[in-house]
Design a protein around this ligand. Sequence first.
Ligand code: IMP
Length: 174
Amino acid sequence: MAVEVYLSEEKIKTRIKELGAQITKEYAGEEIHIVCVLNGAFMFMADLVREIKLPVILDFISASSYGDETVSSGELKIKMDLASDVAGKHVLLVEDIVDTGLTMKVLRKNIEERGAKSVKLASFLFKPARLEHETHIDYLGFEIEDHFVIGYGLDFAGRYRELPYIGIYSPDQD
Ligand code: IMP
């Protein structure tokens, strides 16, 4: 069964250009320490950094509150930590989606405690219907309805990350 396209490649590209321009303007004269939240944000980060016309340092962290289910376990685990020291840096967390907000709440606090000069969040998607933990998103790609979405880095049980668009997951696909 074909995946229903929710956000097309074209729409995504246009929005990321806008976000890149906004970030470039707001961080003018600074170097940005980009922290990509693996695995889901890899594609968003790769496209976003090419639209940021400033020096960037890229680092990666793996933190998740999800297993192979479409419902949050409510617990955050840092599975792979940053390779660099972020003390004194302007950190921009790059996330695929803010769902309950738990991941970003815990991660932002963690990065702040490491002594970052500033911590901001760029999230590709935001599902307000499921928010449980207040989360400030500085740079948002798209606000979406309460669907479980796949593609453009987002998975269901490790699959569909490679799709170049955002689709709505339907169990019939498996
Ligand atoms: P939160 O901690 O509940 O905000 O969850 C954030 C994480 O849950 C994201 O980084 C995703 O990995 C995962 N997630 C939440 N909603 C979806 C979805 O619709 N599709 C795929 N992954 C999702």
